[in-house]
Each structure stands twice: as C-alpha cells, then as structure tokens.
Design a protein around this ligand. Structure first.
Ligand code: PMP
Length: 363
C-alpha cells in the first residue's frame, strides 16, 4: 500500500487515482492491440481516435461548438507566449494585455519581442504586488486591439479573475494554464484559450490551444511552419508527431471530469475545497496572512504567509511529515501555496484545514 499523501504540488500536479489506475491497466496492451499506447504510431487508428475524441470532449465540457478548433502541441504554455503574437499581432497593430502576475509579465515580454506592433498594457497590478485582479472600470481597453489577453489564474501570486472582462468586439484571449476546466464559465466569450496540461488536464508535455474559426482565419501567413496555428489546425494536430502519451492521459482526465458530472459538479467540489482552506485562514488572520484581496482570491492556488519564515519552515516540514506535500510557495514569493487542482480530493483540503488549525494552536 502506498503511503497516504495529499499532493498540493503546483504543477505538474495531482492526477485522479482512477486515471492513473487505468493508465496502469492499459499500459502494456492498449485496447487489445498487443502494444502500448507509448509504442503506437500517431497515424494509427487507435491514436486518431484518442486525438479526435479528446477534441470532442473539450468542446462538450466547455459548451463550445464546431466553430472552435482544439489543437494539441508541445512547447508548454510558454511557447504560446510567442505563437500568439506571431500569429495574431498584425503589423502596426495593437495587442492588449493585463498584467496580473509573473506569467502575464512573461506573455507581455514575448509580445514585445515578437509581435509586430504596439503592446498595450490595459492594467498592471505590479505596484500592488499582484494582490488583486483589476476591476472592469480600471481596464484601459484600446478599441483597435487585435486581441485582449488575460491570465485567468495567477499561479504564483494566488489571484484569479472572478469575472470575464467585457472588451466589446475585441477577441478575448486567455492563458488558462492553472484553472482550465476547474469551474463552469461561459467559454464562448473567449476567442482563444491556451493551457499547459500539467495542472488540471494531465501530465506535462501537451499544451491545448482552443481557437475560434474567425480568429484562426486572421492568423498570419508565411510563419515558420511549426509556429503557425493554421498548420496545426489544418492537419487536426497531426502535422507532426504530437505528444501522444500526454494527450492520451488528458483524454482519460476529461472522461473522469465528465463522469463526475461535468464542470458544474467539479466546480461544486472546488468551491468546497477552497472554502475549507480560506475559512481556516480567516479564523486566524494574524497567523495565516492571505496575500490576496478577498474578491480576487484564487480557488486553485491559495497563497499565504505565516508570521515568520521560521514558522513557515516548521509548517512545511510538519505538513510533509503528516502527508501534505508540495505546499512551499513559489521561489519568487516565498510563503505557503496550497494548490487545489481538480484531482485533489475534498478530503485532502478538509484534512489540511484541520492540520492548519492544530498547527496554529500549537504555535
Ligand atoms: N502560464 C501559467 C498561468 C502558468 O501557471 C504556467 C506554468 N506554471 C505557464 C504559463 C508556463 O507553462 P509551461 O511551463 O507549460 O510553459
């Protein structure tokens, strides 16, 4: 029996145990083929079925129609920081970004480097140490922008958009790497969504890009082949060898989400999980000091400081001994970060909340 551990790693992160068991049971013989999916050709019928059914599951879970293409790529979400402006930032045009944390900063930096026009920062929360998400009336929206980019969840600083900004006719683009499929939302408001798989979707190695047809049609021509969304869309993500194993696991995770009852059901559990932890923090706000304003608090990465770094060290080591791993804050910010991705069970959040209360009492 494996030791009971609750995995709060920020990514790569916890996967559903049922999914891991299924991977294990199919690993040596994928659906009677006599070979592993790891050994299969990406041109084989078995993988084509994985590829197309995973695309279909994304659309189904997100309530999107056939006018959205689902693409699987390598390169992580970080490659999308470059591909997005290369494809969609026209010569002399403007691309708008909201600066809500380190990943948004990186996206902006790349847009300045490889985009073809002006990068407009619609709001920056840097001066406030990324402690909240800007309100709608704080966004300076340039009417002529080619797209408007947000990062729905700020993995490092622990804040999350709790509304979808109104940007008129400008295509709304989002990096959803750390909160995709964690709750129900109107995904149709977005023209392009991208996410690395390694938090809510599966293992690292696959990145999903979901792009609406009208935006795809506007993508630049003449780009390096592999950096063009049109290449991948035109070949149903089979232009070159895709991350076969990672996409296969993503499919299993999406089926797991569907079996839970879809995004509404997942949202309900995620709500309960984050409530347990924030309630424990709010009972002792001088001890467990949240770093984010309540209206911007993330459901996925909950960030806090303790009164001293020594206490934080003690908290982390006692938590680890009790089976709660991966709670160390990002090296840029320190402190504690509780990542509550989809596959972290409610019981894990409940037990961690109880541990927090006991730790406060003892210290
Ligand atoms: N965006 C966000 C919001 C992230 O959390 C991360 C990774 N933690 C990235 C982008 C970068 O992803 P990758 O490592 O897949 O390039």
């Amino acid at each position: 029996m494996a030791k009971q551990v609750y995995n709060f790693n920020p990514g790569p992160a916890v996967l559903p145990k049922d999914v891991l068991r299924q991977v294990q049971s199919e690993l040596l013989d994928y659906k009677g083929t006599g070979i592993s999916i790891l050994e299969s050709s990406h041109r084989a019928a078995e993988y084509e079925e994985v590829n197309s059914s995973t695309m279909k599951l994304f659309r189904e879970l997100m309530g999107l129609g056939d006018n959205y293409k689902v693409l699987f790529m390598g390169g992580g979400a970080s490659l999308q920081f470059d591909m997005l402006p290369m494809n969609l930032h026209p010569k002399g045009g403007t691309a708008a970004y909201v600066e809500t944390g380190s990943w948004a900063e990186k996206a902006i930096k790349e847009a300045k480097k490889v985009g073809n026009g002006t990068v407009h920062v619609a709001a920056s929360m840097k001066e406030e140490k990324f402690g909240r998400i800007p309100k709608q009336n704080e966004l300076k929206i340039p009417s002529e922008a080619a797209y408007f980019h947000i990062t729905t969840n700020n993995t490092i600083y622990g804040c999350q958009w709790q509304y979808v900004p109104e940007v008129g006719n400008i295509p709304l683009v989002s990096d959803m790497s750390s909160d995709i499929l964690s709750r129900d939302m109107d995904f149709k408001k977005f023209a392009l969504i991208y996410a690395g798989a390694q938090k809510n979707l599966g293992p690292s190695g696959a990145t999903v890009v979901i792009i609406r047809d009208d935006l795809l049609a506007k993508c630049a021509e003449g780009l390096p082949t592999m950096l063009s969304y049109k290449t991948h869309a035109g070949k149903d993500s089979l232009y070159n060898t895709p991350p076969v194993f990672a996409v296969y696991v993503v499919r299993l995770v999406l089926e797991w989400i569907k079996n839970q009852g879809g995004l509404k059901a997942v949202e309900k559990v995620n709500f309960a999980k984050k409530e347990r932890i924030y309630q424990a923090m709010d009972l002792h706000p001088d001890f467990y000091r949240g770093t984010v304003k309540p209206d911007s608090r993330s459901w996925m990465n909950l960030t806090l400081r303790l009164p001293s770094e020594d206490l934080e060290k003690k908290f982390l080591s006692e938590a680890k001994a009790a089976g709660f791993i991966g709670l160390k804050g990002h090296r840029d910010v320190g402190g504690i970060r509780v990542s509550l991705y989809n596959a972290l069970p409610l019981e894990g959040a409940e037990k961690l909340a109880a541990f927090m209360l006991a730790f406060k009492k003892a210290n």
